[in-house]
Structure formats: C-alpha cells, structure tokens
Design a protein. Structure first.
Length: 627
C-alpha cells in the first residue's frame, strides 16, 4: 500500500475542524482563546485540556499531551497514523485513491491488542449469525422478539447467540480454521482451558450482548442464560473476564452510540441493565449507558464527566434500585462535584425495559422528560423509606436528617423552598425549622448534589460564570532561562523570514537542547516546501512527544508583531552563553546525525567542523582545570 502524500494529508487535515472531531469524545466549553474540557488521557477533576481552534491543535496543561486532529485520534483510539488520516477522510467524505487503502484494511492495528479486538469483532459476527440465520438460534430469537426487541435493534447492537454445550465448540472451530494463534486465544477471555491445555468455548446456551469500546469495536461479551438447567447452578449473566483490551471499571455499555446522543440532548442517561439501554434506544432515547453492574466506579464517572455536564440516573423503582441510586449519587458527589445529576424515579417494581413493553415508547419518553428530580429532592424522599413518620421519634430523626441535607444547599432561595415544603407537609412552624437549620454546619466537602441553581436549564450569569472550568496554568512545565530563550527564538523563526535568514547565516549556531535543535531542523525542512507555518501541519512531521510539547507551548506563546533585532540578539546571546558545553556538544551531534541521514554533505561537513571546535573548547577547559 502506497504512502499517503503530504499534499493529500494537508487537504484531509484542513477539511475538518479539530473542535468538531474532539467534541465527539470530550465536552468543550469556550474559555478565552481556547476551548476547555476534561482531559481524556488522565484523571482530570479540574478541566485542563485545551483546544486551540485557530491553530488546530490540542494541549493538556496537566499531562502535557498534545497534537493535531490526527494525533488526537491516534492517542485516544489507538490508531496508526494512516488509519487516523483515513478516519478523518471519511468524516469529510473525501474518497482516498485505492492505492492508499489496503483491500484488507481494518480500523484496528496489528498489535496484540489490535488482534484481540479483531478476534472479538469476528466473534460478535459469528454469534450474530447463529442467532438470526440458524435453527440453533431460533429459541433465542423468539425470546428477544417476545421481549420487544426488534430485528433492527438486534442488528444495531449486534446481539447474538452461543449454542448449547452439547453442540460443537463453534467459536473455537472458527478460530482454528482462521489459524489464529493459540496464545492469543488464551488471552482473549473467549475460551476456558482444561488441565490438558485444551481450549473450549466459554459461552454456551446464552444470548450474547457485545460490549464495545468508545470506537465501536467489540472488547468483551455479556451472556444471558436462555434456559437454565435445574441440575446446574449457572449464573443468569456471565461476563467476559478482564483481558488486555477489557477493564470493566473503565467500560460503559453503549458509550460508542450514547456519546452521539449526548451531543444532541446535552446529557447521558445511566440505566441499570443492558436491556434497559436497548429498550430505551429503540424508542428514541439514544443517550443511554449502563455500567458493568450497578456499582459505578471512579473511572466510569471520569468518562461520563468528560463527555457531558449532565447525567440522569434511571434505575429500577424497587428497593435495590433506590439503594443503587443513592450510591450512584454519592459517587458523583465525591468524584465529579461539577457534574449535574438528575434522578428519574420509575414506579416501584418496574424497570425501564418493562415500562417500555407495558406502556409503549411514547409514554416512556414522556415519563423520562417529565419526572426528573434533583438529588436534594431524591434524598429527602429516600430518607423517609422504612420510617413510620406518625411516630414522633422517627419523625424527629427524619427531620434532623432532612435538615442536614438542606444545609448542604448553597442557595438561600432553594433552602427556603425546601424548608417551606417540610413545614407544609408535616404541619410545622417554618421559623422553628429555620432556627434549627442555623445550628447545623454545612458539609465541608463539595456538596455537588445539593447545589440547586446550576441544575436549572437557565442558570443566571453569576452561576454560569462560577461554573466555567478553570485551568491551573501553573501546571505547565517551568522553563529555565535558556529554554525560555530557545522557545522565543523558535517562535521568531517561524513567524519572520528575516529571522530565518539570520539563523541560517549565523556561523556555528545551534540550539543548546537536543529536542529544540531537532525541532529546529524539522521546521527548517518544513519551510523548504511551505511559505506559511501551520502548527497542525508541523505536528504531522513529529513523532517525539517532547518535541510535540515544545511546539504546542511555542504556538501558545504571545509575541509582539514587530520582532526587533534586539529581541533576537538577546535570545541568541542567552543560548550561546548560558548553555553548558556538554549540552552544546549533544545538540550539535544530534544535528550532525540528522544531516547525515538526509545525506546533506555540505551541512554534514559544516556541522562536523563546528563539533570539532566544541570538542577543542571542552579539552581546553579540562586542561585549564588541571593546571
């Protein structure tokens, strides 16, 4: 397959706005000249991920990852550079010539993880075929149809069926015919291994729910038993074990589709089970997700926070469901205090899937939109569960607990509203409740779930300003005097043709730090066939993360339009005088290696002479020290 030419790469990169691409995975908000969000590459409680729309690159002030639109897709979705280019081309409806597209092109790479993902994608297709096209899958297909799962939904979610154990090891036989490596099969989690080292299909007699990553590739399965045998104590659901590509703490069911729905609705809806998500999707609720079990993890919350500023919790209406809601609210409070949380209370004893089957999709959609409550309202109801409020002692216990919740509400008007409701409901004097509330200290930790006003659809200006993400600029790497001079001089170099001519004619000049010198060489090469500098285009030519970081920091550096000779001279003086001789030698050797690789004989000779001079200076200094 031919290498994609730079001209075509430039065309494809310039055909999209990096903000539109990154917004598919990260919720961004305008702040100054950048757009800010939670970094997808590390735990990021305070948004530190910046996207520069004007220059088309991203940079994280905390973990210092950076890149252009291709680099973002490569790093987040584990794509090769050609695959990232192809993906952007597809977004822009640009058809790549056939010589740049492999006939067997897959959007997963050929690394061990890529091979495992490909195996899971193939397994999902096989299970799906067994469900919809074979006699063995007829009972499973009938079960799904009876539960209201249409053929369209079955296809959309790639639902499948693993045949009974009495039948052949269908998946293993398929994998062996494909000559898939034995060790890869062992690592996949799709098989079990007996004492003799023989592999067997892990899943039998189960409806198969593929679990996909954010990029839409299958990484695991959850299998629901179709007909449990009385003689066997089999679990209702069996999930894939954790593997190199599947970590249940970092996985949310249907996230690949739900994040698209979240961009339209402005929220994600957290359901308790896979069937709830599928049933909701079938009636137009496209933003539904589910955790791997009812207990949320910190990692899952960080993913949710990165994608949206609002999450709706819609669990079952029974006691276990209510307890699960309470745990989830607490988890969001502790781990994502800026995230808006709404609760949707279903009638007791019914789950979302059953509600859809019983009342239909229109009533379900209406119910979701008309029955939300904030976490304060939820907690005031939740605290009443199991209490006899006609009993004076239990009523007093409830009121004290309710006042503790209200004390965590930051807005006086909202506090007054809840006190009035308590007074009216229990026939109490509101003044006594106000006096009692004054004795209670509000919680010391951030009471995210009790902040009332920023849950409204139209927050006031002050609230909106308070909710804007802040960036801790001090997390940027501190630069030495020497590095600061190098960074400014590089900025001058890319902005001004006169500075470029000046440095090219400066006898014996090189940047002191190896990374700066190598970046300088690459920028010099860039200007051979470009007249205007583009940070996004330059990032395509750099593989080294340190150089990428230098480039993006340099791009953000504010420089006066009129670059004076004194400013340039000052940078050159600092670089020459401040750089240790060992550092100059290292940078010069790196430049010499680069010139040799380019087969530039003239530059090689020039740099070699300068390197000899530096070695002579070094030897002279050692001699002087001895004497």
């Amino acid at each position: 397959m031919a290498r994609i030419p730079n001209e075509l790469i430039d065309q494809i990169r310039d055909s999209v706005n990096i903000v539109d691409v990154i917004s598919q995975d990260v919720q961004l908000k305008k702040q100054g000249k950048n757009l800010m969000g939670h970094c997808p590459f590390h735990r990021d409680d305070t948004p530190s991920f910046a996207v520069n729309e004007q220059k088309q690159f991203f940079y994280c002030f905390s973990c210092h990852r950076s890149g252009n639109v291709f680099g973002f897709l490569q790093q987040l979705h584990n794509l090769s550079f050609p695959d990232a280019v192809r993906q952007v081309a597809e977004m822009s409806n640009i058809t790549l010539p056939t010589q740049y597209v492999s006939e067997n092109h897959q959007s997963v790479d050929n690394s061990p993880k890529g091979q495992l993902t490909k195996l899971h994608d193939q397994a999902a297709k096989l299970y799906h075929h067994l469900l919809v096209n074979t006699e063995a899958g007829e009972k499973a297909l009938h079960y799904l149809t009876k539960r209201g799962v249409s053929r369209k939904l079955i296809d959309q979610f790639d639902l499948g069926y693993a045949v009974e154990q009495s039948d052949e090891e269908v998946l293993l036989e398929y994998a062996q015919k494909q000559q898939i490596d034995y060790q890869l099969l062992r690592q996949s989690g799709l098989f079990t291994e007996d004492q003799q080292g023989n592999l067997h299909d892990r899943f039998h007699g189960r409806i198969m729910y593929p679990i996909k990553n954010e990029n839409g590739h299958v990484i695991a399965f959850s299998g629901r038993i179709l007909a449990p045998k009385a003689t066997q104590n089999e679990p209702k659901y069996m999930n894939s074990p954790e593997t190199p590509i599947f970590n249940k703490r970092r996985t949310l069911f249907n996230l690949d589709l739900a994040k698209k729905g979240a961009r339209q609705s402005g929220s994600l809806t957290l359901f308790e089970g896979f069937m709830d998500v599928i049933a909701a999707f079938g009636v137009g609720v496209k933003n539904g997700i589910a955790s791997m079990g009812t207990n949320l993890t910190e990692e899952q919350i960080q993913i949710i926070q990165r994608i949206t500023s609002q999450v709706n919790i819609c669990y079952d209406g029974d006691d276990p469901g209510q307890n699960a809601i309470n745990r989830a609210v607490q988890m969001f409070t502790d781990n994502a205090p800026r995230l808006g949380v709404k609760i949707i209370q279903l009638p007791a004893g019914i789950d979302p899937d059953e509600y859809v089957q019983k009342y239909g999709g229109i009533k379900f959609s209406d119910y979701l939109s008309q029955n939300t409550e904030n976490s304060v309202e939820f907690h005031l109801k939740y605290l009443q569960r199991g209490l006899n409020l006609k009993n004076q002692d239990e009523l007093m216990g409830y009121l004290n607990a309710a006042l503790q919740v209200i004390a965590g509400v930051s807005e006086p008007v909202a506090q007054d509203l809840y006190l009035q409701k308590l007074a009216t409901k229990f026939g109490l004097d509101k003044t006594s409740l106000v006096n009692q509330l004054a004795k209670i200290q509000p919680p010391s930790r951030p009471a995210q779930s009790y902040q009332f006003s920023n849950r409204q659809s139209r927050p006031d200006r002050n609230e909106a300003r308070r909710s804007q993400p802040s960036v801790q600029m001090t997390t940027q790497p501190l630069l030495s005097k020497l590095q600061s001079a190098e960074q400014r001089l590089l900025k001058y170099y890319v902005l001004d043709e006169g500075v470029r001519k000046r440095l090219h004619g400066q006898e014996g000049f090189s940047f002191a730090d190896v990374a700066y010198q190598q970046l300088y060489q690459k920028i010099t090469e860039y200007f051979v066939d470009h007249t205007e500098f583009s940070t996004a285009a330059m990032l395509d030519r750099i593989d080294n993360p340190e150089q990428q970081q230098i480039l993006t920091q340099m791009a953000e550096l504010s420089i006066d339009d009129n670059i004076s000779d004194d400013a340039v001279n000052d940078c050159i003086r600092v670089i020459i005088n401040e750089a240790p001789l060992d550092q100059q030698i290292a940078a010069k050797r790196a430049a010499l290696d680069e010139a040799a690789m380019m087969n530039d004989q003239e530059l090689t000779t020039k740099l070699a002479t300068e390197l000899v001079n530096l070695y002579q200076q070094q030897q002279q200094m050692k001699t002087e020290e001895i004497n």
